[in-house]
Design a protein. Structure first.
Length: 159
């Protein structure tokens, strides 16, 4: 029987000010995302939608969730497959397109992990494991838009 996992958090709007949502231009988009354990995460809307650029927006958080999930699935596979990863940096990008009715949707995410492995003989297997990590990623399996990968594998210097 499959295991089930439940997640809970609280989103608290902190941008009401004195007037609340009197009009679209004047209410604050600031909010906090909190859960048991980690520190609160300051959130806002994308600056395009009158948000604070110094705070995380939902679109960035979705992209981050995809990149984090892939990395964690990938590192697990590498550890189990005796591929020693000594560095991992992903410069992920996502595209969201607005619809005419004020909504929109992501059309694609591209993950660009740059993986450093400890030895040359690990490089081929390291590159192959990205596809399996994608299939195992809970978040990628939950979205309807394509999540592509453009990985680069390098060998640690001195090898």
């Amino acid at each position: 029987m499959p295991r089930s996992h439940d997640y809970a958090l609280t989103v608290t709007w902190t941008g009401a000010g004195a007037a609340g949502t009197v009009n679209y231009r004047d209410y604050g988009r600031d909010h906090e995302v909190s859960a048991a354990g980690p520190p609160p995460l300051p959130g806002s809307a994308d600056p395009t939608f009158r948000g604070d650029p110094a705070r995380w927006n939902p679109e960035q958080l979705l992209l981050a969730a995809l990149a984090q999930c892939h990395m964690l699935s990938y590192l697990s596979l590498c550890a189990r497959g005796r591929v020693v990863v000594t560095g991992y940096v992903d410069e992920a990008v996502g595209t969201m397109v607005e619809s005419g009715d004020g909504g929109g949707a992501f059309t694609e995410v591209v993950l660009r992990p740059r993986v450093t492995v400890a030895a040359p003989e690990m490089a081929e297997r390291a590159a192959e494991l990205h596809e399996r990590a994608h299939r195992l990623c809970f978040i990628a399996s939950s979205v309807t838009f394509p999540v592509r990968h453009e990985p680069v594998t390098v060998v640690a210097s001195g090898r």
